[in-house]
Design a protein around this ligand. Structure first.
Ligand SMILES: CC(C)(COP(=O)(O)OP(=O)(O)OC[C@H]1O[C@@H](n2cnc3c(N)ncnc32)[C@H](O)[C@@H]1OP(=O)(O)O)[C@@H](O)C(=O)NCCC(=O)NCCS
Length: 185
């Protein structure tokens, strides 16, 4: 679709389901190639797994895929939803699509308790780091050579304001018995 016509379309974010896998994964893979370059993995099995088990959010302008975010459900142990992939097509970057995808991720409802959100990012990816900082993520850990080939990375976390401590109901809060102090005069 020509760009002038596309400009008239608002950005719509849609959640894709496992039934959408066949029709949509090639479009998402093309987006990955555009956003991440030729190193974007072509692993059909991985895409199928993501469509079946993860939350797949796609940003559309008309019928054109302009961005996507794929995230895991919150883990049972730590209650964090991890971003598996986030990308905006280079032609549409800087228009708030990444921000809109993150907002949609934050408003997802999950069957298990959510404590917060997490992601990994290359330490030199200033564009993504700027976006994550604005969205409230805090850099928690620096990993040297995290991505291999000498590429360092950060793990970033954002706590959910409505988080319920995951294991709260299992905590046994027992006061330690008070020591009786006998004061000798
Ligand atoms: C990172 C990425 C997803 C951002 O998507 P986007 O749609 O361009 O992001 P937005 O337009 O919503 O930008 C939101 C914020 O990002 C930050 N940002 C965007 N471009 C930036 C730049 N060149 N330098 C620093 N910060 C930048 C700003 O804080 C911006 O907020 P503002 O517009 O209020 O100033 C996109 O650049 C991309 O797909 N990059 C390639 C793939 C990638 O690196 N993905 C992330 C992997 S962890």
């Amino acid at each position: 679709m020509p760009r002038q016509i596309l400009q008239n379309f608002p950005i719509v974010i849609r959640r894709l389901r496992s039934a959408d896998y066949e029709a949509w994964w090639p479009r998402l893979h093309r987006l990955d190639l555009a956003a991440f370059g030729p190193s974007a993995e072509l692993d059909i099995g991985l895409w199928e797994y993501a469509f079946t088990n993860y939350r797949v959010l796609v940003a559309l302008k008309g019928n054109v895929v302009v961005g996507a975010l794929v995230a895991t459900p919150p883990s049972v142990l730590r209650g964090r939803s991890w971003c598996w992939s986030l990308g905006t097509h280079p032609k549409y970057q800087g228009q708030g699509i990444g921000k809109a995808l993150l907002r949609r991720w934050f408003s997802q409802r999950w069957p298990n308790p959510l404590r917060g959100w997490a992601l990994q990012v290359v330490s030199e990816n200033h564009q993504a780091l700027g976006l994550y900082k604005k969205a409230g993520f805090i850099r928690r850990r620096f990993f040297r050579d995290y991505f291999g080939d000498g590429v360092d990375g950060f793990c970033c976390y954002k706590e959910s304001p409505s988080a319920i401590p995951i294991a709260q109901k299992n905590y046994v809060t027992k006061r330690s018995p008070r020591r009786k102090i006998s004061r000798k005069k």
